[in-house]
Design a protein around this ligand. Structure first.
Ligand code: ADP
Length: 557
């Protein structure tokens, strides 16, 4: 049902009625006035008899009544005409506007007159046509947008699934590498340790050579194991940088000292120079810096037959609390062909296929160094000339705790200055120690027993965590060497049960040295959290173990 626009009809009718009443009123007044004021006096003055005047008046009234009726008819016709000429198009306009308002954009107002109403209808039609066109375009765009959003949602969903699958694969890879590293480290522990022990016995020259080969192969395997573990951790985005306070000069000298034996054996010079403005006390990952330096210096020595290797440290950027240090490792070695300068930073890539045969190595060191440098806010590159030598440049950002004169460095907080330690242990007197070894592997137990052979300390064995706990509670042990992976009860549980018993009985805590084949940072944190005093990673070196025991025994290992 079409809604009528009553306001238009009412308004026209009202206007016509008002006009009609006005005309009738004016006509009556005119009649009365004419009769009273004009005709009577004029005609009586002219001597027209009263009967004639009354006759004239009657005719006049009849004529005027007739004229009035004609006037009414004329007005009625005029009103009808105007109602048709104005109201009809107005109604069409109003109907059209109401339908447009209801959203019927295909409606066109059918007013074709050339007057203002016709123009208005035309403008409204044009406006509605434009509106309809843009609404259609909008609907089309909306549809496309919806499709695009749906497509994007589908892509996001696929991406999320792929990410989850990649994360799962990466975590499975990480887990696999950690387990593999553990499984390989355990027998490697025995191989390297026994080779060390064997080298301390009387050997013929030939036997000594074989033992050295054992040792070298063991060390290489260990390096490879660590590199693979490092790379997988970096690639899985699980590399966590430490922030510890360290003395740069000390670190550089220790790294050089460590490499000096190999340089001397080849007759190479090995020197370093730190620019005077280089700050000494820094906050950052000292171990990773040492790893990068050891790799670059190791390569420089490995690939040089004569001449010297030189390490230079300078400051590139100096801010109030941070600095960008630049390191350069120069050698006079074989050099690297120009087309290999970039690719040697890729994993498992060497400049020459004969490198492994001639010099050993796996092509992982530079790939790891590059990623470590980048993680530490720096960059690495190499300049080299075949036959003349190479220079590896890298930069690393550190927090400066002590700056050269004129600069105020940041004061380290207490936590940064103290090395982390989980449990305070009792200081042991300078006397032989009773050591409890918790170890399920017979070979490793035998190895540790052999390590302690020429020391004043005594050792008792527990084959699992449960035995270790009851033996420790039995009393009399100064120190515990705790393997963390054992049957029945693992080292973590045994350690926390020992710590709980100590707390309950008021027994001063004994140092517990965690011995584990797991080398990851989270593994160290896990054993410290269980209550261990220090964490030593297998393969266990005699020197490292004796040094750790020596620390607790007051220097009589
Ligand atoms: P690796 O030394 O175990 O092979 P790296 O990743 O440390 O692995 O080095 C990759 C390769 O880059 C080396 O095999 C060698 O070809 C080249 N290289 C690295 N350092 C030097 C250097 N100082 N002089 C010549 N070649 C080098």
């Amino acid at each position: 049902m079409q809604e009528q626009p009553p306001f238009i009809r009412a308004s026209i009718r009202n206007k016509i009625m008002v006009a009609f009443i006005l005309v009738i009123t004016v006509w009556g007044i005119l009649n009365a006035t004419l009769l009273e004021h004009a005709l009577y006096p004029i005609l009586s003055h002219q001597g027209v008899p009263t009967e004639s005047i009354e006759l004239i008046a009657r005719h006049f009234t009849t004529i005027s009544t007739g004229l009035t009726i004609i006037g009414i008819l004329v007005f009625h016709l005029i009103a009808l005409f105007f109602a048709r000429a104005i109201a009809k198009p107005l109604r069409k306009l109003s109907d059209g506007v109401l339908r447009i308002d209801r959203g019927e954009l295909n409606v066109r107002i059918d007013v074709t007159s050339r007057d203002e109403l016709g123009q208005l209808a035309d403008s409204i039609n044009k406006m509605v046509a434009a509106l309809q066109k843009s609404t259609q375009e909008l609907a089309k765009a909306n549809g496309e947008l919806k499709e695009e959003v749906a497509e994007r949602q589908r892509a996001e969903e696929e991406l999320r699934k792929a990410k989850e699958a990649a994360e799962f694969a990466s975590s499975a890879k990480g887990e696999f590498l950690a387990n593999m590293s553990h499984e390989i480290r355990t027998p490697l522990n025995a191989i390297i340790g026994l080779a060390d022990l064997l080298s301390e016995t009387r050997l013929s020259a030939e036997q000594e050579e074989y033992v050295q080969m054992y040792q070298r192969s063991g060390e290489n395997l260990l390096t490879l194991l660590n590199d693979i573990l490092d790379l997988s951790k970096i690639e899985a985005g699980r590399l966590e940088l430490e922030s510890i306070t360290f003395d740069l000069l000390d670190l550089v000298d220790k790294t050089i000292e460590f490499q000096a034996v190999r340089a001397q054996a080849k007759g190479l010079g090995l020197n370093r120079r730190l620019a005077p403005e280089v700050p000494r006390l820094l906050l950052g990952d000292a171990n990773r810096l040492q790893q990068i330096l050891a790799n670059l210096l190791g390569n420089a020595i490995k690939f040089s037959e004569n001449g010297a290797v030189f390490l230079e440290v300078a400051v590139t950027e100096q801010h109030s609390d941070s600095c960008l240090l630049s390191f350069a490792v120069r050698d006079t070695g074989i050099g690297i062909p120009e087309d290999k300068l970039l690719c040697i930073f890729d994993s498992f890539t060497q400049a020459d296929p004969s490198t492994t045969r001639k010099y050993g190595g796996t092509g992982l060191g530079l790939a790891i160094s590059k990623r470590l440098v980048e993680a530490m806010g720096g960059q690495i590159h190499v300049e080299s000339k075949v036959g003349s030598g190479s220079t590896f440049y890298f930069s690393v950002r550190f927090t400066c705790l002590e700056l050269p004169t004129g600069h105020a460095g940041r004061v380290p907080n207490e936590a940064e200055l103290l090395p982390p330690r989980a449990v305070e242990f009792r200081l042991l007197a300078e006397r032989p120690l009773r050591i409890l070894l918790a170890e399920d592997s017979e070979d490793n137990a035998l190895l540790i027993k052999s390590y302690l052979k020429h020391t004043p300390h005594t050792m008792e064995l527990a084959e699992n965590g449960l035995q270790a706990l009851s033996k420790y509670i039995g009393g009399g042990f100064d120190l515990v060497l705790m393997d963390m992976q054992m049957p029945e009860m693992d080292g973590y549980t045994a350690t926390s049960r020992i710590r709980a018993w100590e707390a309950e009985t008021g027994t001063p805590p004994a140092p517990i040295v965690a011995l584990t084949a797991y080398a990851r940072q989270e593994d160290v944190a896990k054993s410290l959290a269980a209550g261990c005093t220090v964490h030593i990673t297998k393969p266990l070196k005699k020197g490292v173990l004796l040094k750790a025991i020596n620390n607790f025994a007051g220097g009589i290992a």
